[in-house]
Design a protein around this ligand. Structure first.
Ligand SMILES: [Mn+2]
Length: 274
């Protein structure tokens, strides 16, 4: 079975739909690494799509933005901060599913009665989606791969990583992780790690996949079968494939193969998209 990881969709429902059409995955092959909401235009639809796939067998983790949205719904997050990090589009994506016109930032930020009204409405009308989000796990293990939103504590390891670290850790994990398992993560845009939106294969067995789709980048799918492939859609919705043959990639896949009982063929083809 293949494993297909996708992260940081951030309301980019059109790109997600195209990526899924091209990947042609079975639901149980899919792992979503969180941050379904905020910034992009269609957070509510993304959430409904992910919840449906999860019911069919996909894995779906919690991201820090998903946690922020839940906190705002519980009255634990300041609306001005939440709007600053893309939350207004999330709120309006839910209102639009109810055929309610969008609320502007000024109204929701400075009219607490209106804010409470909208919060109550979303809680009532989207109880199933909110319950889905509130029950997302923080990590998923498959064979020698660990899937997380942001990373794990590089010193203490998986079992002693706090929720805060699972959702928010960056450089200290990415550069100092030295564990045996491959860790697939989102959250930190790969452009910050290697100057492109493609998947980042660190020589220390970390694989970053956040292509920054909601910020003008691309939505990546890491496809793990007998080797790692990448399929992606850029925000302009044009399709490309890309198959890294660089040194880090070869090294990391080499290590993975050494640990595998089944040694895959080296001649397997990457996915080709016309
Ligand atoms: Mn994140």
């Amino acid at each position: 079975m293949r494993l297909i990881a996708i992260s940081d969709i951030h309301g980019c429902n059109a790109q997600l739909q195209r990526l899924l059409e091209k990947v042609k995955a079975q639901p149980e092959e899919l792992l979503f690494l969180g941050d379904y909401v905020d910034s992009g235009p269609d957070s509510a639809k993304v959430l409904q799509r992910i919840a449906a796939l999860e019911r069919q067998g996909a894995a779906a983790l919690l991201g820090n933005h998903d946690a922020l949205f839940l906190d705002w719904l519980k009255g634990l997050e300041d609306i001005r901060y939440y709007c600053d990090v893309g939350g207004l589009n999330t709120i309006n994506s839910f209102l639009s599913l109810l055929d309610i016109p969008p609320v502007d930032a000024f109204t929701i930020c400075y009219n607490s009665r209106k804010e409470a009204e909208i919060r109550t409405l979303i809680q009532r009308e989207f109880a199933a989606e909110i319950q889905f989000l509130a029950t997302r796990p923080l990590y998923e293990k498959r064979d020698q791969f660990l899937f997380v939103h942001a990373g794990i504590d590089p010193e203490k390891g998986l079992l002693h990583t706090s929720k805060e670290q699972f959702l928010n850790i960056r450089e200290s994990f990415i550069h100092r992780y030295q564990g045996e398992e491959f860790v697939v993560f989102g959250h930190t845009r790969t452009r910050r790690l290697h100057d492109t939106d493609h998947i980042y294969y660190g020589s220390n067995r970390v694989i970053g996949i956040d292509g920054g789709c909601a910020y003008g980048g691309q939505l990546n799918a890491l496809i793990i079968h007998d080797e790692c492939d990448e399929l992606y859609v850029r925000r302009d919705e044009k399709w490309h494939t890309w198959h890294e043959q660089g040194a880090d990639h070869e090294r990391i896949i080499g290590r993975w193969r050494m640990n595998e009982v089944h040694v895959p063929s080296t001649s397997s083809k990457s996915l080709q998209v016309p």
